[in-house]
Design a protein around this ligand. Structure first.
Ligand SMILES: [Zn+2]
Length: 188
């Protein structure tokens, strides 16, 4: 007899990455690829993770809904982030973004696990062996909602929201330390 979770557990693990404040500096609504500034730790961290995990970017971009940004601008910046990482030998499997404001109560805004579940179906992922790295408490709630493990980074908004987190949350100084933590947890 096949256990009910056989298909889920046969999937591959992923690391879901927030974009602004986690991979690149948080500089508000980014319209141009040139506005994306990578943290020094981002490329080496993703190179280490990339050997063991699918890497997927999930980002909220409410500026689209408020009219500050167009979808095309977000797509262009996302494409630039993916290309920059590809040139460094890091493959990003997919990028998902929510264009809505929280007041719209859409299905896809973090911390709702909508895009993680979509990614799991589209890329045969095992969410229970997957991680979420982000600089907002929503990223940690997102991980919990998906059955994954969250790692909170203190870059971006990280420092200012740290007090909102419960004490049992995994906290890393930046994406580099977060990658090391994820790799250590994977080995256990
Ligand atoms: Zn949405």
């Amino acid at each position: 007899m096949t256990p009910p979770n056989a298909s889920a557990s046969s999937g591959v693990p992923a690391v879901f990455l927030d974009r602004d404040g986690t991979l690149i500096e948080d500089r508000g609504d980014l319209r141009e690829p040139a506005e994306a500034v990578f943290f020094a730790e981002t490329v080496p961290a993703l190179r280490r993770l990339h050997e063991h995990f699918r890497l997927i970017i999930v980002t909220n971009q409410p500026g689209v809904s408020t009219g500050e940004l167009t979808r095309e601008e977000v797509d262009r910046v996302n494409a630039h982030v993916v290309q920059h990482l590809a040139r460094a030998g890091v493959v990003i499997t997919a990028v998902y973004f929510c264009p809505h404001q929280r007041s719209e109560n859409c299905a896809c805004i973090k911390p709702k696990p909508f895009f993680l579940q979509q990614a799991a179906r589209e890329h045969n992922l095992d969410l229970r062996r997957s991680f979420v790295i982000g600089d907002h408490p929503h990223d940690i709630e997102l991980a919990r909602a998906a059955g994954s493990t969250g790692v909170y980074v203190l870059t971006g908004h990280g420092l200012s929201h740290r007090a909102d987190l419960s004490a049992d949350i995994l906290v890393a100084k930046n994406i580099g330390e977060a990658a090391d933590l994820v790799l250590e947890l994977r080995r256990r």
